[in-house]
Design a protein around this ligand. Structure first.
Ligand SMILES: *[C@@H]1O[C@H](CO)[C@@H](O)[C@H](O)[C@H]1NC(C)=O
Ligand SMILES: *[C@@H]1O[C@H](CO)[C@@H](O)[C@H](O)[C@H]1NC(C)=O
Ligand SMILES: *[C@@H]1O[C@H](CO)[C@@H](O)[C@H](O)[C@H]1NC(C)=O
Ligand SMILES: *[C@@H]1O[C@H](CO)[C@@H](O)[C@H](O)[C@H]1NC(C)=O
Length: 566
């Protein structure tokens, strides 16, 4: 047990002093309000601001270009928003329509060229415009004389078909409805200023998606083979599962080993302390979270920096460095303390005191370090960056629930009616307690799924099912999903890889021109989706995959015959 013996009280006092100064220097208060900002202190507000700035960067250099006051170079100005009228309910029953937003890049279009459409997935379509400007859509459109399109997903951005996100109104947010939107768009859209009929199947459409939208791209190829000529599923999570302990395991195996070992050891201590009950509150207090009622909310919060692994990007202008900052802090001795990298984990010098009367607990210096960094990522507001967690497709809810860590704290949910919807693929601890882990054993499927039930009480027309029907998704192909002109592209160290056809549980398959199957070395989440204006300035692995994609798409298009000419 990590309880300090009395002979170590002197060391303990030093530790208190360090802890106190650390609290002051990081600006974390211990206020009692459960309100997120207040709990996390003014530092958090700063981080929200920084996050907003980082988000601006995700639009390529749009922000900078606007500062140059050259509107013609701002992708938002170059690609004005357009709308397409969609039925609220494609399958009858309820009347009503809504406007689905889309954006068009016609820089390279020449008569006879294909349409390259990017499925916006679970975020505002505006977050995807970088891919129209310098990313995969621009790259493929340029290589094929094609028209590039970003299509916003229903219930995201401004393609909102309902007045509010009550449980009942969420019943039109399903995989089937969203897929039918895309099909209807492809078959009927009339592009402004272009006289050619570019509807499918007269014109070949290449359907691209990354992550959740990657699964949608693969599913579109299976569900609408006559409309979707070719599809590219990048980091496509085609395997639906109720929980996903392998997500964190990929990170544990791929990230800096010293950092991972430190976190593994710390988490074991945290779990041990939490089981004592007596010391749970002071432990949470060390993180400024003494008032979190449920221990599981606490471990969910301190887990959050690990989630930023998936926001890494090969392009530093876009990617998050949060994970590396976190690990650097975990690996570095706190200010004023010696460099004790070489000391064993339980060494006295590494211990930290948690104050609560006579309770003396000694988690380790890692706790102290995490203080400085852990809570920062937890303060990320619900409108996260473009490349963050998403979800499995599921029959009734295909959104992405973003809770910023406070999974079950009531305040985080009260009055919040946006469809933040679902950490639908809960990141749980490994089922076998002997498996090494970097998150608390309290993070179970049961906890992770409660969020849905709390956020969405039963309505009159619709009740969120206790668990999603994963079979309904997996019948479309699961790990083995395949079709001619369906490309599967994944990242070697993508935490979502266990849910893609590149899972270690999937059967290996060949990489062919007709059925490309490519794993990008050292890549995280849909790395091929990003690109530079000058493709040749991209890192070698990215340039390589982009070249391969251009070649297989050109090969596919060479085989295209319009239906009436067959
Ligand atoms: C804005 O961009 C256009 C197109 O590249 C260019 O011709 C023009 O000179 C630029 N204007 C300014 C003020 O930079
Ligand atoms: C939907 O519209 C059709 C045709 O206008 C009409 O016949 C029907 O009654 C409407 N249904 C509902 C539920 O409003
Ligand atoms: C701490 O010591 C280790 C091993 O001697 C060394 O590799 C590391 O660079 C040192 N770190 C700092 C911050 O001085
Ligand atoms: C789940 O989906 C499958 C396939 O669509 C269906 O056969 C099954 O009845 C569904 N199960 C439930 C509980 O709805």
């Amino acid at each position: 047990m990590p309880i300090w013996p009395p002979q170590h009280r002197l060391t303990m006092k030093i530790a208190i002093a360090i802890l106190a100064s650390s609290l002051v220097s990081t600006g974390f208060g211990l206020e009692s309000s459960p309100n997120l900002v207040r709990v996390l202190g003014p530092q958090a507000v700063n981080l929200w601001r920084l996050d907003a700035e980082a988000k601006a960067k995700t639009l390529g250099n749009a922000a900078l270009r606007v500062q140059d006051s050259n509107e013609s170079l701002n992708p938002l100005a170059e690609f004005p928003v357009q709308v397409f009228e969609q039925p609220l309910d494609h399958f009858g029953g309820v009347n009503g329509t809504f406007n689905q937003r889309y954006w068009v890049n016609s820089r390279h279009f020449t008569s006879g060229g294909p349409v390259i459409v990017l499925d916006g997935g679970e975020t505002s379509g505006e977050d995807r415009l970088q891919f129209l400007d310098t990313g995969i859509v621009e790259i493929l459109a340029k290589a094929t004389g094609g028209l590039g399109v970003v299509l916003e997903h229903r219930y995201y951005g401004e393609s909102i078909p309902v007045p509010d996100f009550s449980t009942d109104n969420l019943r039109f947010l399903s995989n089937e409805q969203a897929a039918a939107d895309s099909a209807n768009f492809m078959a009927n859209v009339k592009f402004e200023g272009i006289k050619d009929d570019l509807t499918a199947p007269k014109t070949p459409w290449i359907y691209y998606g990354g992550s959740y939208a990657g699964a949608r791209a693969a599913h579109m190829k299976i569900l609408y083979p006559d409309l979707v000529f070719g599809a590219i599923a990048s980091s496509g999570v085609t395997h639906a599962a109720l929980s996903n302990w392998q997500y964190m395991d990929i990170i544990r195996r791929a990230a800096d080993p010293t950092c991972m070992r430190n976190i593994e050891q710390s988490i074991r201590i945290v779990d041990t302390i939490l089981t004592t009950r007596v010391f749970a509150r002071p432990l949470k207090g060390l993180f400024g979270l003494a008032d979190l009622e449920h221990d599981v909310d606490f471990v969910s919060t301190i887990e959050s920096p690990l989630g930023s692994w998936q926001s890494k990007n090969w392009n530093p202008a876009i990617g998050s460095t949060r994970f590396d900052t976190f690990c650097a802090a975990v690996n570095t001795a706190p200010e004023g303390m010696a460099n004790f990298t070489d000391l064993p984990f339980g060494a006295r010098e590494r211990l930290v005191h948690i104050t609560d009367g006579s309770a003396l607990i000694s988690p380790s210096r890692i706790m102290l370090n995490t203080l400085k960094t852990t809570l920062l990522p937890a303060a990320v507001p619900p409108s996260r960056s473009a490349s963050e967690p998403l979800t499995i497709p599921n029959t009734k809810l295909s959104g992405s629930i973003k809770t910023g860590g406070f999974g079950l704290s009531k305040s985080a949910l009260n009055g919040d009616t946006s469809p933040y919807a679902a950490k639908l693929l809960p990141r749980t601890a490994p089922p076998d307690p002997r498996t090494p882990r970097i998150i608390s054993k309290l993070l179970t499927l049961d906890y992770e799924s409660k969020i849905c039930k709390q956020a969405y009480p039963p309505g009159k027309h619709f009740t969120v099912p206790p668990f999603p029907n994963v079979t309904a998704v997996n019948v479309l192909g699961d790990f083995a999903i395949a079709a001619d002109r369906l490309a599967i592209i994944d990242g070697e160290v993508d935490p979502w890889r266990p849910d893609t056809p590149h899972s270690e549980d999937a059967k290996p398959r060949p990489d062919t021109a007709l059925r490309p199957f490519k794993l990008i070395p050292d890549a995280v989440h849909h790395y091929d989706e990003y690109g530079l204006a000058d493709m040749f300035a991209e890192p070698p692995e990215i340039l390589k995959i982009h070249n391969e994609m251009i070649i297989f798409v050109q090969d596919w298009l060479a085989d295209f015959k319009a239906p009436d000419k067959v």
